[in-house]
Design a protein around this ligand. Structure first.
Ligand SMILES: [Zn+2]
Length: 80
C-alpha cells in the first residue's frame, strides 16, 4: 500500500455508499462541476474524482474507435 495513496485518501471526502457519492456528484454537476464516484481500494469507501476535459475527449475518441493515447500524446506535444 503506497503512502501517497493514503494521503490522497485522507484529503478526499469519503462517502459510505455509491448512492451517497452519486447524489453529491449530481449536486455538483448542477453547479457546473463534473465528478465521478469511484470505490477506493484503500479505505473501501467512495470518493469523487474530477472528470476533466481530457478524459472526456479520450472517451469520445474511444467511442469513435480511435486510439485515446493519440490524444494524450498530442496534448503533451502541444504543451511542451
Ligand atoms: Zn479512500
Amino acid at each position: 500500500m503506497k503512502k501517497d495513496v493514503c494521503r490522497s485518501c485522507r484529503n478526499k471526502k469519503k462517502y459510505g455508499s455509491q448512492d451517497a457519492a452519486q447524489q453529491r456528484a449530481t449536486f455538483m454537476y448542477r453547479k457546473g462541476l463534473q465528478l465521478k464516484p469511484y470505490l477506493c481500494p484503500v479505505c473501501r469507501g467512495w470518493h469523487l474524482t474530477k472528470i476533466n476535459w481530457r478524459s472526456r475527449l479520450n472517451r469520445a475518441f474511444a467511442e469513435a474507435g480511435l486510439d485515446p493515447v493519440f490524444v494524450m500524446r498530442r496534448i503533451h506535444a502541444d504543451q511542451s
